[in-house]
Design a protein around this ligand. Structure first.
Ligand SMILES: O=C(O)CCC(=O)C(=O)O
Ligand SMILES: [Fe+2]
Length: 350
């Protein structure tokens, strides 16, 4: 008998850990995080706690959350621009690494077989924000107005996300037994060129503008090392390998979701699992969804080995993976690049 989709209130819980406990060196909390990386490949990270109230002032609200609110505002302004204006920044015009620019709805496969995706996104390469050289992508000084007007906050948000990702990598490297030959953070040195990027995503409500075959976000594992995901709207699901079921990620106040990508799976010698996830359509037709995803990715020249012993630089893996996002379902099924499993697309049934 097919497994029932779990109702929200009986969802098998994904692990939740507190950032302040991890940063205070709490061994049990850090082990919980490592276990989640090895099993589901993802976990909730709570940024708010009593300890944070002391650290960050009376409100106890982590500065990253306040900045995220601001960047959501920027994203909403940006996506409300006319399509023809947004297309000036179409990601293919921007640069061949596809770590910057605008992706219109329907460019990639979607969550239903044979269909297309149901979201638009705008990617901001953090290299360009911090104006690094050499830069893998041409710097595009002429940002869309909403981004230009809020560049300081967006830059600060990217910097804080990057700091947090690196602190998590440090905690992981310290706690894992046996310790890695190269601590994970040394492949993610801030200031070194990488494909690290910040994505603003907008899942459109199902109106006449969005065809019925343009739905959600296909099942995939992320190309990089750690993804920091911010959203207040459900829709994201994680595939739990141990029970072969999709588990919903339910947004919680003061909490973000972290997932392990392919690069960290490789760097960890396969001890971590890359989180297989997808975004399914919302129940209400008129609902729309915004999310922010900070993709912490290894340095362009960092070398890691996949589970079949093949070596990749950060850049090579990135290029191989992006090709498959645009392939047909038939092509995608032939390799394990997209979902980590050959012949498994994890599409939404029914
Ligand atoms: O929007 C989301 O919740 C997930 C986005 C995502 O998985 C991605 O862009 O890689
Ligand atoms: Fe993803």
């Amino acid at each position: 008998m097919p497994k029932l989709e779990p109702a929200e209130n009986e969802a098998p819980q994904l692990t939740s850990v507190s950032v302040s406990k991890i940063e205070d060196g709490d061994v049990a909390e850090t082990c919980k995080m490592l276990q989640a990386c090895a099993s589901d490949g993802g976990f909730y990270l709570s940024l708010s706690s009593d300890a944070d109230a002391n650290r960050h002032g009376v409100s106890g609200r982590h500065p990253l959350l306040a900045l995220a609110d601001h960047v959501f505002g920027t994203a909403k302004e940006l996506f409300s621009m006319p399509l023809e204006d947004k297309m000036h920044w179409e990601m293919d015009l921007w640069g061949e690494l596809q770590i910057g620019g605008y992706k219109p709805v329907g460019k990639h496969s979607g969550v239903r077989r044979g269909g297309q995706d149901g979201f638009e996104n705008f990617l901001v390469p953090t290299n360009a924000l911090l104006d690094m050289h050499p830069n893998p992508n041409p710097y595009h000084p002429d940002w869309p107005t909403p981004l230009k007007d809020n560049l300081d906050q967006v830059t600060e948000f990217g910097t804080l996300c990057s700091d947090l990702a690196v602190r998590l990598l440090v905690a992981m490297s310290k706690a894992i037994d046996p310790p890695p030959a190269t601590p994970y953070q040394l492949c993610h040195r801030p200031g070194k060129p990488s494909t690290t990027s910040l994505a603003m995503l907008h899942y459109l409500p199902r109106t006449s503008l969005v065809e019925s075959h343009q739905v959600g976000h296909m099942a995939h594992t992320d190309v990089g090392s750690l993804t920091l995901l911010f959203t207040s709207t459900p829709g994201l699901e994680v595939y739990r390998p141990s029970s072969e079921e999709w588990v919903p990620v339910i947004p919680r106040e003061g909490t973000i979701f972290i997932n392990v990508g392919d690069s960290l799976r490789f760097i960890s010698g396969g001890r971590f699992n890359s989180c297989l996830h997808r975004v399914v359509p919302l129940a209400g037709k008129s609902l729309e969804r915004y999310s922010l995803a900070f993709f912490c990715r290894p340095e362009l020249t960092a070398i890691s080995e996949d589970t079949e012993g093949r070596q990749w630089t950060g850049e090579e893996w990135h290029r191989a993976k992006y090709k498959v996002f645009r392939a047909t379902n038939h092509e995608q099924e032939k390799s394990s690049l997209l979902t980590g499993r050959k012949g498994f697309l994890g599409e939404l049934m029914g």
